[in-house]
Design a protein around this ligand. Structure first.
Ligand SMILES: [Zn+2]
Length: 125
């Protein structure tokens, strides 16, 4: 992935902060302080996690689902004003990924993260 981003796309940074492997292993590609290339136009104000798979269907396995939840919960605890969004949920982004509603599925994490977190805004779809 790193080679593809650098050589094929010419990016100076990686595409995501963290990626979830098929076995649920969380690989950190960049520190939170880095600007990665997850969502064009929003990279300086967002953190990005992706999982291996999911190009055309939501094929996350249970290990990946749990790993994504762990990453998001950690970020919500560190950044209480953060919102959970899928790539497709950002304005002016013409993408279908992920193949599920990120905030609908993981919105329960706002409650687990603590009282400082804003109330979730659940997208309707
Ligand atoms: Zn995407």
């Amino acid at each position: 992935m790193r080679r593809y981003w650098k050589e094929a796309l010419g990016w100076k940074s990686v595409g995501y902060h963290k990626v979830i492997e098929a076995n649920g292993n969380i690989v950190q590609l960049a520190p939170d302080s880095a600007i990665t290339n997850g969502v064009a136009g929003h990279n300086s104000t967002s953190l990005h996690v992706s999982y291996i798979g999911g190009k055309d269907t939501d094929d996350r396995n249970i290990q990946q689902r749990q790993a994504i939840a762990a990453v998001l919960l950690g970020w919500l605890q560190k950044y209480p004003k953060a919102r959970i969004c899928g790539h497709r949920d950002f304005p002016n982004v013409n993408k279908a990924c992920p193949q599920f509603s990120a905030e609908k599925e993981y919105g329960y994490l706002y409650l687990l993260a603590g009282p400082k977190n804003d109330k979730p805004i659940i997208n309707s779809d």
